[in-house]
Design a protein around this ligand. Structure first.
Ligand SMILES: [Fe+2]
Length: 306
């Protein structure tokens, strides 16, 4: 346990591998950072619910419908687990969802792009789920132990979602009709180019970025995680017959990958302006769920409508 009550000494203690428990003393800035990262995750776990609900209504088989329902149930569970972490940090879930309802939480980049077809869904799930897995695995090495334990539990279920998406993509591509195959392959290609942004800009490309290293809650740089994701996912995409980026090649100087250039100005504009029709629909629907559907508030343990 940390013995200091000084912010700078606390930061140095973390750099030396110090770990924090819920009841330990921590500077307000550290608490804010933990709340920010865990709160963002808690919201992202459940905001896609309207999209899954829409697809559930026209799933082609009972089996697929049941799997989607189980996924939504898991995501609600992940939201609960993360909200418990937040509550121990002094952040009630009602306050978190109120901030979201008030438009004070900017959703991640992939939440601005629609899934247009059932056959596109496995591509979206495979790409974004694998990116989340890489991010969670890294966050599970952070300094705030209650969040680390929550992530370890969540990771096990997210791995199951990943393998489900892979099996589903495989089924459409190997056993689907020519039209299903074409749509599934196009979906994989489309979502590769969206998920690659999910890690955020490389260090130093955005002015005024937070010094995330200070608190050791997030321990790896965005570009390192992006490279890990490419290494992990490229063989999988290729095994499905999809070469997602013809410009991808090994970068011998860094033991990583060179990929088609990413437009970080566009990325920032998309997130800051939050103006895509799909993003507007998703937000409006989720806020309507929170306002009008008692079962959603019950499922999320929310006492009052946001
Ligand atoms: Fe999740």
């Amino acid at each position: 346990m940390v013995e200091t009550r000084d912010e700078q000494s606390f930061a140095e203690w973390l750099q030396d591998g110090g770990k924090v428990e819920a009841g330990d003393w921590m500077p307000d800035a550290y608490r804010r950072e933990a709340v920010k990262i865990a709160g963002f995750q808690a919201i992202l776990e459940v905001v896609p619910m309207p999209m899954f609900y829409k697809f559930m209504c026209y799933a082609p088989s009972f089996r697929r419908k049941r799997i989607l329902l189980a996924k939504v149930q898991d995501e609600i569970g992940h939201c609960h687990i993360t909200c418990r972490v937040l509550e121990d940090l002094g952040k009630p879930r009602e306050a978190l969802f109120q901030e979201y309802a008030d438009g004070r939480v900017h959703l991640n980049y992939p939440f601005h792009f629609p899934v247009d077809d059932w056959c596109e869904l496995p591509g979206m799930l495979l790409a974004t789920n694998s990116a989340a897995l890489v991010q969670f695995r890294s966050l599970a090495h952070g300094s705030y132990l209650p969040y680390v334990r929550a992530l370890r539990k969540i990771l096990r279920e997210e791995s199951f979602h990943f393998y489900n998406a892979l099996e589903w993509a495989h089924e459409l591509i190997k056993d689907g009709t020519p039209s299903q195959r074409t749509k599934a392959e196009a979906g994989l290609r489309k979502w590769w180019h969206i998920a690659i942004y999910q890690f955020g800009p490389p260090e130093g490309t955005v002015s005024g970025a937070r010094d995330w290293r200070r608190w050791q809650i997030k321990v790896d740089e965005n570009e390192k995680l992006r490279q890990e994701w490419i290494t992990m996912m490229l063989p999988i995409f290729r095994s499905l017959g999809v070469d997602p980026d013809p410009r991808l090649q090994r970068a011998p100087e860094s033991d990583g990958w060179r990929y088609s250039p990413l437009d970080w100005q566009h990325f920032t504009r998309v997130i800051r302006e939050d103006a895509s029709p799909y993003h507007t629909w998703l937000n409006d629907e989720f806020k309507r769920f929170l306002r009008e559907d008692a079962w959603v508030r019950e499922a999320l343990d929310l006492t009052a409508a946001a």
